[in-house]
Write a protein that binds this ligand. Structure first.
Ligand SMILES: Nc1ncnc2c1ncn2[C@@H]1O[C@H](COP(=O)(O)OP(=O)(O)OP(=O)(O)O)[C@@H](O)[C@H]1O
Ligand SMILES: [Mg+2]
Length: 234
């Protein structure tokens, strides 16, 4: 199981064009956010990704999720080339990958209840049956991430930072992904809460056989969770 590669990225480049002029837009330069990165990730493994601010970690994570298109290079998931997927193939791919973001205040819709937040990906991908089944599923997800299902009708502002990140994790797990890109998931949290969330991620990985790309500034945080660490610079 451990030997199977879930993700292979080869020589990925992501450049953003820079334009000048409002009417006659002319490309004057480009920001080389990521310039030639190759990594691979085995099933059930955690790859830590560290590097200074602005070196392109988030851009890399988002591109693996196909939120950005790479300028060059290739991404393979479970042996399948996903670099140029579009339309329904891309939708299908999105079920196997999820992302957790740094700021649990910004990443949760303040107008939605916990129920609706966690149900959203299930509704989007049309993977639920009756309302009753959906409720049961969301109760289970809340238990899984250590949140009491009593809070199911509450809104994000009623929770602490750590609890909000648990909600975000439950949402990410709802569609049973195999790969999760964690983009600085604990950087916005108190140090005392950070280890709780990291331990939760480790437990979930063991239980569900997840693979993680774990992005962080701080090598100490990454060391604890990662099997291998990649360092990005410039
Ligand atoms: N949509 C975009 N258009 C133009 N440039 C961008 C875009 N997104 C990111 N960049 C640039 O790409 C570079 C890498 O940014 P990125 O956010 O990936 O860095 P990071 O390593 O995640 O930093 P941090 O540790 O602060 O989160 C930066 O110079 C940034 O300004
Ligand atoms: Mg970032």
């Amino acid at each position: 199981m451990m030997e199977e590669k879930i993700l292979e990225v080869s020589d990925m480049k992501i450049h953003f064009p820079v334009y000048k002029g409002l009417v006659f837009r002319k490309q004057t330069a480009c920001v080389k956010a990521v310039d030639g990165i190759s990594i691979d990730l085995k099933q059930g493994e955690t790859l830590g990704l560290v590097g200074e601010s602005g070196c392109g970690k988030s851009t890399f994570g988002r591109t693996v999720m196909r939120l950005y298109d790479p300028t060059a290079g290739r991404i393979r998931l479970n042996g399948k080339d996903i670099t140029h997927l579009s339309g329904s193939d891309l939708e299908e791919f999105r079920v196997s990958c999820q992302m957790i973001f740094q700021d649990p205040y910004a990443s949760l819709n303040p107008r939605m209840t916990v129920f609706d937040i966690i149900a959203e990906p299930l509704r989007t991908h049309k993977i639920f049956g009756s309302r009753q089944e959906l409720e049961k599923e969301i109760n289970e997800l809340m238990n899984l991430v250590g949140l009491s299902p009593r809070y199911i009708k509450k809104y994000p502002h009623e929770f602490s930072g750590g609890q909000r990140q648990r909600i975000a994790i439950a949402r990410a797990l709802a569609i049973k992904p195999k790969l999760i890109v964690c983009d600085e998931p604990v950087s916005a949290l108190d140090v005392s809460i950070q280890s709780q969330i990291i331990n939760l991620l480790i437990d979930l990985q063991k239980e569900l056989g997840l693979s993680y790309i774990f992005i962080a500034h701080d090598i100490a945080v990454v060391k604890h969770i990662s099997d291998r660490i990649a360092v990005m610079y410039l």
